[in-house]
Write a protein that binds this ligand. Sequence first.
Ligand code: FAD
Length: 369
Amino acid sequence: PFDAIEKTGDDAAVDLSAYKDVWVFAEQRNGKLMNVALELIGEGRRLAKEISEDTKVCALLVGDGIDHLEQECYEYGAERVVMIQDPLLKNYTTDGYTKVIVDAVEEYKPELVIYGATHIGRDLAPRVAARLNTGLTADCTRLDIKVSSYIEYAKNNTTLDTSTLDPNDPSTGIKQTRPAFGGNLMATIICPKTRPQMSTVRPGVMQKRDRVAGATGERVDYKPQISESDIRIQIKDIVKSAKELVSLTDADIICSGGRGLGDPSGFELIKEFADKVGGVVGSSRAAVDAGWIDHSHQVGQTGTTVKPKIYFACGISGAIQHLAGMQTSDIIVAINKDPDAPIFEVADFGIVGDLYKVIPEIIAEWDNA
Ligand code: FAD
C-alpha cells in the first residue's frame, strides 16, 4: 500500500521527548462546531491512545464567545479543551489564528496537530507549519501511529534513512497517508525529526465517536497575546454564497447524477429524487465539467469526500476518482444501464436499467415503503 515516500522538515535536531499529546483544531463557524472537528476529535483520541495511555487528545477552540462548545468537545471524545478567546478572534483571519495557535503550540508542545482540510484548515495549517518550521501533510485520508508497523515499513524501504529513527522513541512512528498523482497511488509521508507533526484531514473520512452525554474533561484557558496590529485584514461583512448551502459532508442521503443523465435537465429528476428521500444532490465530475451543475456538488477526489448513510449513484460509471470520494458510504445503491459498470463492484445494491425509468419508480414507491 505504500508506493511513495517523502521526508519533510529540515535536519535541525528536535528534542522529540519534549512533545506530548494530540491536538485537534476544533473548527467552529458562527459558534457551531464543524462536523469534521468532531470526526477528528474521535480520530485524535484513537491516535493518542495508540501512542500511550496517558497521551491526551485536546480540542483547540479558537474564537470569541464560544464557551458553549467546550462540553460538546468532551462528549465527542476530547479529554482536554484548550480555549483561546478574544474579540479579535471572533471571525477567522489567517494572521490572527496563526499567531495565537503558534504561541500556544510553542508553550504546550503538542506532538501532533490535526486540522480538517476545509477552506480554513487548508489556509491555516501551512502558515502555522511554516512559522513553527515543521512539516505538514495536506489532505490526508489515513493516519497511523503504530511504531511496530512503521519500523517494519522503514526497514523494507530503501528510500528511507532508518538511521534517522529511534525505535525506542514511541513518538517516532507516525505515518500520514494521502492520495497522490491524481489518486493513482497513496503516498505515505513522515516527519521523523520535526515536531509537532501536522496534518490536514479530509472531512468525511474519519469516524465520529458516539456522543457520551455528560462526559467531562479538563479545560485550559490560554490567554492570547494579540493586538489589532497583528491582523492585516479586516472582515467587513460575511456573505453566504448560494453554493455553500450544499452540505454534502453533513447529508445522510446523497443522490448523485453523472454523465448518464444525458443533459443538464436530468438534474431536475435527481433533485426531485433527493427531495423525496430527504437527501441532497451530488454529482460526478463529468457532469460538472459539462456545465450541468456547480462544482460544489461534485463528489470525489477533486470534489468532496462524503460518507452518508445512503449514496445513490445514478448514471455514474464508478471511476476511481469518484469512488475515492464516496466508497466508505454506509450503503451504496447504483443505477446504471451497463451491467459491467465498475460502480457495481462497490455497490451494496445494484439496479441495472435506464435511470429515467428506475428513478421515477423509486419516487413513486417511496411513500409506500
Ligand atoms: P461516465 O464515466 O461517462 O459514466 C456514465 C455512466 O452512465 C456509464 O456507466 C453509463 O453506462 C451510464 N449511463 C448512461 N446512460 C444511462 C441511463 N440512461 N441510465 C443509467 N445509466 C446510464 N470524477 C469524479 O466524479 N469526481 C472527482 O472528484 C474526479 N476527480 C478527478 C481527478 C483527476 C485528476 C482525474 C484525471 C479525473 C477525475 N474525475 C473525477 C473524473 C473521472 O475519472 C471520470 O471521468 C468521471 O468520474 C466520470 O463521470 P461519470 O461516471 O458521470 O461519466
